[in-house]
Design a protein around this ligand. Structure first.
Ligand SMILES: *Cc1c(COP(=O)(O)O)cnc(C)c1O
Length: 740
């Protein structure tokens, strides 16, 4: 297991970077030492914005899963913040005369590139740079995106610090003049941001282990020295038009960032927020200080002394930032407390099994018998299955039956982190448990819910399957709004009205017109997609045809059905081309398939998520001819050694695996099950395995050394399918998520 890396260093440097930005805008050393001020504000402080961009790049880009969703969330939030900041600075901008002679072109330039106040350019730069880099990476890969960003940075350089080089070159200077009509600077989302966003994404993924720190520091010092030299030379030659981009700046950042990553320390949301608000508010504080100085006639002291000016602005900005972030936090806490009260109420009503799993997980220390869930394997399976979906189709994982024995809350939580927003369960109880543990998004109950539980459906925002027409009328009669999806029986003859019945369409029509239930979708289940025989293929084709017929008729009748779906695990593997809005994937998501043979066939693409383990309680020596266990069903032919394991059939190990049918792994070797499996314990024969002792780990499903046992092996030995083995794994097993 890997210890999670802390990003405390990054958080603390945010504060430094925010102060550096304030320095850029207040020039602290100006009244004492001009060259020193140039070094501080035009060289050193130029690391601040690239640093912010790199942090954004690290946490936003590059990691495939959830990337799109993370990005769109980031863009939404930044757009909102940009909007608020613009409103905040609107009066100041008007006062400062920024909006005089405003043309449409100027307004656009302001919104897309420059920002409406001098420091706000950062927002449009992110809003433009992030999707740009994402698109470049999608199209050209990491390397292509890197080269393109570097070229863009180069173009930007010539419009920034190196402007003097091209100002007299005929065509080029005109081209740049044209650029400057579109954006006043090349410091923006097009030329500056992409390179640093990408650098952040690259460095964030790299592990620093084993690299020599001193070399890192040395490289940082050398690159900083070179950048300083560069800046002073450019100034001497009077080349810059603006001074935010240097040739050596990316190098400085490349060596600075790992140092900050290594700083470590615990991450602090508070510091992060403080830095962001300081950045956002400091220009307003500059205005405040200037106004106050004017009003009180203290300009000579407050403004003209650049150091005092800087100090006062910084202090005020910090105070204002602190006040804002505190009041926001208090507001949020207030809301949270109210939620807690709500939970207490449901607790008093006796319906609260809240956080049961969470607590269980915290306690879980692999003491007796337990399940380990491999987070990376789950992610790989999600990625693989997602890659097989048709355009517009989303995963709706089946987390019924404790996510096939894995642990519904743990799995749903992991999946939520991977960006999944829809789940299906078997019962209302299961849906409520997910909700109580904070799972968001659509939760579809695939099975029957007793009318006595209808209030819970509304209360917990669960979507109910309409199991037949009369059930729909029951739901409607309940009165309160309930979301439903209509099940259609295309041949399985389980739930849903039969698709070939002529009255179906009329009933559908009725259901869509019912005022209280709201139809969110319609689905069917393919029940023969797991086998690719001629008959099964023909049957599946028939089911799909029938389903599409229903959809077509609905469409002809002018009913727009919100969502439709039919796929589950085997459908996605065998018929990936079938459309739909959701794929209700169960077994494949957990990295296995129903049979051993199928699991083996797809094992290149699917990784088992679950391991089942127990402890050796004690080891027993048996003489030749001695017997062991219930019914004395094990008899030692020769002297033997038995290990007693802390797991039995009550934990879900099939009793039929006894008498040597099944085996477990201890110290990388196979130990056959000896005699009959007990309710809470199992004897295994470890005669051939050296050094087995109490406390050792025994693997019933999973890997040990070179050996591996699949859930499919147990299924085959027990004469059933993997699904049954997994979903029967007991409630008293500890369940934990591990990082391998
Ligand atoms: C269980 C279930 C699924 C998931 O099936 P898998 O074969 O495990 O992917 C999908 N749809 C319905 C209706 C189900 O009951």
């Amino acid at each position: 297991m890997r210890v999670k890396q802390g990003y405390g260093g990054l958080d603390r440097f945010r504060l430094i970077a925010a102060v550096l930005v304030i320095a850029i805008h207040t020039s602290p050393l100006l009244s004492f030492w001009e060259a020193g001020d140039f070094f501080l504000t035009r060289v050193l402080a130029r690391v601040a914005v690239p640093f912010f961009l790199m942090v954004t790049g690290q946490f936003l880009l590059g990691r495939q899963v959830e990337e799109k969703k993370r990005i769109s969330k980031f863009l939404r939030e930044n757009l909102l913040l940009y909007g608020i900041a613009m409103l905040l600075y609107l009066p100041i901008g008007i006062y400062a005369g920024h909006y005089r002679e405003l043309t449409v072109g100027k307004l656009l330039r302001m919104l897309v590139f420059d920002g409406s106040f001098y420091h706000l350019w950062y927002f449009p730069a992110c809003l433009l740079g992030v999707p740009l880099v994402y698109m470049l990476e999608q199209r050209l890969g990491r390397k292509g995106a890197g080269i393109t960003s570097a070229v863009l940075y180069g173009i930007g350089l010539l419009g920034d610090s190196y402007y003097g080089l091209i100002v007299n070159v005929p065509v080029l200077s005109e081209l740049y003049e044209w650029f400057f009509q579109v954006c006043s600077y090349t410091r923006n989302g097009l030329f500056l941001a992409p390179l640093f966003l990408l650098l952040g994404a690259c460095l964030g993924e790299r592990r620093n282990e084993g690299r020599d720190r001193r070399i890192g520091y040395l490289a940082l010092a050398v690159s900083l020295l070179l950048m300083t030299l560069e800046a002073f030379l450019l100034r001497y030659w009077k080349l810059p038009r603006h001074d935010s981009m240097y040739l050596f700046l990316p190098a400085v950042m490349w060596f600075l960032y790992p140092v900050l990553l290594e700083w470590g320390g615990s991450p602090s949301r508070g510091v992060r927020k403080l830095a962001a608000w300081m950045y956002l508010l400091h220009p307003a504080m500059i205005v405040v200080v200037r106004g106050a100085a004017k009003a009180t006639n203290t300009s000579a002291f407050l403004i003209d002394n650049s150091m005092i000016h800087f100090a006062v602005v910084t202090a005020l900005s910090a105070a204002a930032a602190w006040a804002v972030s505190m009041s926001l936090t208090t507001g949020r806490q207030f809301c949270r407390n109210r939620c807690r009260e709500e939970n207490t109420v449901s607790f008093l009503q006796g319906s609260c099994r809240r956080n049961g799993q969470e607590n269980q997980n915290r306690k879980a220390v692999r003491t007796r018998a337990w399940i380990e869930l491999d987070r990376a394997a789950l992610r790989r399976n999600v990625e693989f299955l997602t890659s097989r979906l048709t355009e517009g189709c989303e995963l709706m994982p089946a987390v019924k039956a404790e996510a096939y024995g894995h642990g519904a809350v743990l799995i749903a939580r992991e999946l939520s982190r991977l960006g999944i927003q829809a789940f299906c369960v078997a019962s209302a109880e299961e849906g409520i448990t997910l909700r109580k543990n904070g799972i968001k998004g659509e939760i579809l109950i695939l099975g029957y819910t007793h009318p006595r539980l209808f209030p819970s459906l509304a209360r917990w925002d669960l979507t109910q399957t309409v199991v037949d027409y009369s059930y729909a009328r029951l739901l409607e009669r309940y009165g309160k709004g309930i979301s439903v999806q209509i099940g259609v029986d295309t041949g399985m003859h389980r739930l849903g009205e039969r698709s070939e019945h002529s009255k179906l369409i009329g009933q559908m029509f009725q259901m869509f017109r019912m005022g209280r239930i709201s139809v969110k979708g319609i689905f069917t289940h393919l029940c023969a997609a797991d086998t690719m025989g001629e008959q099964e293929q023909a049957f599946t084709k028939k089911q799909v045809e029938r389903f599409y017929q229903v959809l077509e008729v609905l469409q002809e009748q002018g009913i727009r059905c919100p969502k439709f779906h039919m796929q589950s695990s085997y459908g996605i593997l065998h018929y990936p081309e079938l459309g739909g809005d959701y794929a209700r994937i169960g077994i494949a998501l957990y990295g296995v398939l129903s049979t051993k043979k199928d699991t083996e066939q797809w094992k290149k693409f699917l990784s088992p998520v679950l391991s089942l383990k127990a402890r050796v309680a004690t080891v027993k020596e048996l003489g030749a001819g001695e017997a062991a266990g219930y019914g004395l069903q094990f008899v030692a032919g020769n002297p033997a050694k038995l290990a007693v394991l802390t797991i039995g059939y009550a934990d879900g190990v099939p009793r039929s695996l006894g008498k040597g049918v099944g085996s477990v792994l201890i110290r990388g070797k196979r130990a056959p099950i000896a005699g009959l499996i007990c309710m809470d314990q199992t004897l295994v024969d470890v005669t051939g395995i050296a050094g087995v002792r109490a406390g050792d780990e025994a693997v019933l499903i999973g890997r040990s050394g070179e050996e591996e046992i699949f859930a499919g092996d147990l299924a085959e030995q027990a004469g059933t399918i993997t699904n049954e083995i997994l979903s029967r794994l007991g409630a008293r097993l500890e369940r934990i998520v591990v990082e391998r």
